[in-house]
Write a protein that binds this ligand. Structure first.
Ligand SMILES: NC(=O)c1ccc[n+]([C@@H]2O[C@H](COP(=O)([O-])OP(=O)(O)OC[C@H]3O[C@@H](n4cnc5c(N)ncnc54)[C@H](OP(=O)(O)O)[C@@H]3O)[C@@H](O)[C@H]2O)c1
Length: 242
């Protein structure tokens, strides 16, 4: 059987790297856009043992539609179709009340957390629709569902990302394209968290296994586009992880 092909937007990030690894271990071809050649080199060197020749890092800025279209054309010219697109993209901004956030910061966050998601679905969800196949998964933090002083901008971005997925899923009805949003209620133990990590946090690899199981259709609730992981224990039981 031909190897499957995935595009992991944010694959150089703490969370995305885990997804890239799990897919490479499963024999997939994996494409990762990055703005920085060094980030791509770091990823390639960390995953060298599992990548063989199936990891493809592509220089592209997700806020520039022409660069995403170049990536899409390139991937499709090589593999003909995409099986899975994962969007694990965004940036953080904490420590300011909403009424004190300046317009420059607001616009930057909108660009990094929403315009990137907008451009990605324009190129890659459109590609899945053109093929009439494939799965599109967005990973969003839990802050969409709670209001907290001085983290409001992150809640607004996450809520908008989740609503995008809900709308996109509705717009797929009657097609073979699937859209899901995955939210983990516990933090993810990414490299950047350093010594803060607690034992009940999900690892990027565990989240990646959930994403792959969603693609494989082996988790419950496939008819619902909105997936919430309540806890590490719940996920480990569900996926029968030891
Ligand atoms: N960590 C958590 O606990 C957690 C939990 C649930 C959801 N999330 C969400 O998942 C997302 C990723 O989290 P993370 O911890 O992996 O973040 P991260 O390590 O900061 O990674 C962010 C990723 O986004 C990419 N990116 C951002 N803007 C881009 C642009 N304009 N063009 C190209 N790539 C761009 C970066 O790529 P380059 O820098 O290589 O270009 C990088 O791969 C965030 O939106 C976060 O809110 C995080």
């Amino acid at each position: 059987m031909a190897a499957k092909t995935a595009l992991i937007a944010g694959g150089t990030g703490g969370l995305g790297e885990g997804i890239v690894r799990v897919l490479l271990e499963g024999g997939w071809n994996v494409w990762v856009p990055t703005r920085e050649a060094e980030a791509g080199d770091r990823l390639a060197s960390r995953l060298a043992a599992v990548a063989e020749d199936r990891l493809h890092v592509f220089k592209a800025d997700l806020s520039v539609p022409a660069e995403l279209e170049a990536l899409r054309h390139h991937v499709i010219s090589v593999h003909k179709a995409l099986d899975l697109v994962v969007v694990s993209v965004g940036s953080s901004y904490y420590g300011y009340s909403l009424h004190k956030i300046d317009l420059v910061a607001w616009n930057k966050l909108l660009s990094e957390n929403l315009a990137t998601h907008f451009h990605l679905q324009q190129s890659f969800l459109s590609q899945l629709h053109a093929q009439n196949s494939g799965t599109y998964i967005t990973l969003t933090g839990p802050e969409a569902d709670f209001a907290h002083p001085e983290t409001g901008l992150m809640s607004i971005m996450a809520a908008a990302q989740k609503m995008m997925a809900r709308v996109e899923a509705l717009e797929c009805s009657g097609t073979n394209v699937k859209v899901y949003s995955v939210t983990s209620k516990t933090p993810i133990a990414t490299r950047a968290r350093g010594e803060q990590i607690a034992s009940d946090w999900l690892t990027p690899g565990e989240l990646a296994k959930y994403v792959k199981s969603l693609y494989d259709g082996t988790v419950p609730g496939l008819q619902d586009p909105m997936h919430v992981i309540e806890s590490r224990d719940q996920l480990r039981k569900l996926l029968k992880l030891k």
